[in-house]
Design a binder for this molecule. Structure first.
Ligand code: ARG
Length: 436
């Protein structure tokens, strides 16, 4: 019997797939459950897969690999899709795809399968990654193919003795890993509706968060967070702890309209306390340790990097090239950032770095001032020279001078167009002297 490796979450879609794949394609199903920090009972999921009929149920703890090769490089790059989404789901997909391919090779499978629908980004990320890594493997996406409604799926599950958990009845589609939690569907599809409290699981309502702020110090080495309040920590633990503390202070809620790769605008709600805190802290340290030019260029890279990850192009040479630039850009991003968490906000309130480009003697207005004020005169002369030259030759007072905030030269009544005269009104018109 030919084999298929199915990415198995333990949820309804992939549980039904365990029965559907042999029924429809005559394939033996090996399940692969990847732990990227999704807070699930892995033993239970494994047992469930076998009970439903998987020939083998594998579980891989990929948290460390996820953080080291996916999450932290994305943090270093400053990747926030459309300026806000830290890309938790998008970053996990290429890793899960790679592990599916690895297991398919080890087990001699002819196909891999995943539970994505035909409407989202995740199908693109999985399919592109799998096709790139293993073009010979067949990809089956049962949910995209079978077109069962939720109700039909539940009926199918009940007919086949597949346990349907109570949460399946809930209206929301949730995906999570240690970099963030995403919630879609239900009332959230109304962009005017405020997300009800029930969609949040990691963060408390800021209105009910502690009434005293909490300060944290985060140490970075070359753009990687390595210690929290002076306690050295590995990435997985540090992110876990920041999620817990940030969540307690209501930090990390994101609500926005996002452009999916498949052309749809969708309403997304995220909870990502650690990602929000770390991105802010990291950006603050970069502001202190990188030059103005380097920062401007890195911002361009950050947005391209975010798009590339979002759009499922993790396994591309453009990514390799950008990643090399990002790694190099981080060589001086070392130091400590102090943040203040309070009522849903995270604010950077202090920074220090052995590689700081901030010079107190250059910045200060007190006696220690070492800035050469007289040099400013010559600088201003040259900096303003092109503007001054142009203003002399190409008079800037002519229309559309109002765009620059320069009022147009006074005209006599005769030279006003009809429209202008109407706009001015009789009293203003009277104030204009006759031309002689
Ligand atoms: N919109 C986010 C993204 O495309 C989150 C997707 C969540 N996925 C899910 N299957 N619920 O990355």
């Amino acid at each position: 019997m030919d084999k298929v490796v199915l990415a198995y979450s333990g949820g309804l879609d992939t549980s039904v797939s365990i029965k559907w794949l042999p029924e429809k394609y005559g394939l033996g199903v090996i399940t692969l459950t990847v732990d990227v920090g999704n807070e699930r009972d892995l033993k239970e999921i494994q047992a469930k897969a076998l009970k439903i009929g998987a020939t083998k149920a594998l579980v891989v703890d990929a948290r460390e690999v996820f953080v080291r090769y996916f999450v932290l490089p994305a943090l270093q790059s400053g990747a926030l899709y459309q300026g806000v989404y830290p890309l938790a789901t998008a970053l996990a997909r290429p890793l899960i795809a790679k592990l599916l391919v690895d297991v398919a090779r080890e087990e001699g499978a002819v196909a891999v399968a995943h539970g994505c629908t035909g409407k989202g980004n995740d199908q693109v990320r999985f399919d592109v990654a799998i096709n790139t890594l293993a073009p010979d493997l067949r990809i089956i996406a049962p949910v995209r193919e079978w077109r069962m409604t939720r109700g039909e799926e539940i009926a199918y599950a009940q007919r086949h003795g597949i346990p349907v958990s109570a949460t399946v009845q809930g209206p929301y589609s949730v995906d999570l890993n240690l970099w963030g939690r995403s919630v879609e569907c239900g009332i959230l599809e109304d962009p005017w509706a405020e997300p009800p409290e029930e969609v949040f699981a990691w963060t408390v309502n800021p209105a009910r968060s502690p009434d005293q702020p909490r300060y944290l110090e985060i140490d970075f080495e070359k753009g990687i967070p390595v210690a929290l309040d002076s306690r050295p920590m590995d990435g997985v633990s540090l992110i876990g702890e920041l999620n817990a503390i940030g969540g307690e202070y209501g930090v990390g809620r994101i609500d926005h309209i996002e452009d999916r790769l498949v052309g749809i605008k969708s309403r997304e709600v995220y909870e990502a306390p650690a990602a929000v805190i770390l991105h802010q802290a990291h950006a603050a340290l970069e502001a202190m340790t990188m030059t103005k030019d380097a920062l401007a260029f890195k911002n361009l890279v950050a947005s391209r990097y975010a798009e590339l990850v979002y759009n499922g192009l993790w396994y591309s040479s453009l990514h390799q090239d950008l990643a090399a630039y990002v790694a190099s850009s981080q060589r001086h991003v070392t130091g400590t950032i102090r943040v203040k968490l309070f009522r849903g906000n995270c604010q950077v309130v202090g920074r220090c770095s052995p590689k700081s480009l901030y010079s107190h003697s250059l910045a200060t207005y007190d006696q220690a001032d070492a800035f050469d004020h007289s040099a400013a005169l010559g600088f201003i002369k040259l900096w303003g020279l092109p503007a001054k030259t142009q203003a002399q030759v190409q008079f800037l007072g002519e229309p559309p001078a109002e765009l620059l905030g320069i009022s147009p030269p006074r005209k006599g009544k005769e030279s006003l167009s009809e429209a202008e005269a109407q706009r001015l009104g009789p009293s203003e018109l009277d104030a204009i002297p006759e031309e002689d």
